[in-house]
Structure formats: C-alpha cells, structure tokens
Design a protein around this ligand. Structure first.
Ligand code: DQA
Length: 142
C-alpha cells in the first residue's frame, strides 16, 4: 500500500518534549523506524510533519490522491481543529488516527478528538507502536 503519514505540531520535538510522556526517542528515530517497517512490509510510506494547521491542510489536499490511505497524528489539533476534521472528511480516503500517548488517561481536554469521526480507527498509548498498529490495521483490512 501507498500510505501517507502526517504528524502535527510539536511532534518534531520528540525526545525533547515531556520525555516522561513521549519517551526519549527523537522524531528522526520515529521516521527511521516507520520507513524500515514500511520496507519490511512492502508499503510505500511518505511522512510529513508541520506545526501549522493550514500547511497540514494544504499538504493533504495536494497529496491525498497519490495514496491509498492516510495515518494522521494531528498533535494538539486533534482536540479542536474542525478545519482538519473538514479536510479529512472531504478526502474520501481510508484514514486512521494515531497518538503516541494514551489521550484518555491525561488531561480532560485530550479525551476529545474532533477528528475521530472522520477516521475509521484510532490507535493510541503505545508510543511508536501506535503507528505500527495503524499500518497493520490498514493492510489487514485492505
Ligand atoms: C499526541 C497527544 C496530543 O494530545 C498532544 O497534543 C500531542 C501528541 C500524542 O501523540 O500522544 O502533541 O497527539
């Protein structure tokens, strides 16, 4: 499969940000890990990160048609970006939401994902493995 992985704000700061929540592996480590897994499983992965809501939407609108499915970790946009939600709805693609941390066991505001209804599944709380679960889910259901 051709899978686009999109990461939102502050994920580029992995390894520096709240190490007790997100661990000490860096964003580079995440990319390398996912690309290696993609190669092993015969998937083509493209990985994009931005700290800007509009850039994420622009990128999705430009690129979605080249992919079979999208995995998105929108960072804090998860909890309030109706603009990203609307964008995801408009794409008519298979979309899976992922989070490194368990958003249901943290602050109250994190328990709400406004993008969840635009996604067919949600994986969270397993660190890098949340992304692996999303890739496996997409390939199983393909
Ligand atoms: C996150 C969880 C969000 O609540 C947070 O704002 C993030 C990362 C995660 O991967 O656990 O930036 O999406």
């Amino acid at each position: 499969m051709n899978i686009l992985i999109v990461n939102g704000p502050n994920l580029n700061f992995l390894g520096k940000r709240e190490v007790s929540v997100y661990g000490n592996k860096t964003y580079d480590d995440l990319i390398k890990y996912l690309l290696a897994y993609g190669t092993k499983k015969n998937h083509q992965l493209e990985i994009y990160q931005s700290n800007h809501e509009g850039s994420i939407i622009d990128f999705l609108q430009e690129k979605y048609s080249f992919f079979d499915a999208i995995i998105i970790n929108p960072g804090a946009f998860t909890h309030y970006s109706y603009a990203i939600y609307d964008c995801l709805l408009s794409l008519n693609k298979r979309i899976v939401e992922v989070h490194l941390s368990n958003i249901y066991e943290r602050e109250e505001f994190r328990k709400i994902s406004v993008i969840k209804p635009a996604c067919e599944a949600q994986f969270y709380g397993k660190g890098f493995e949340s992304y692996i679960e999303a890739i496996d889910y997409l390939s199983k259901e393909d």
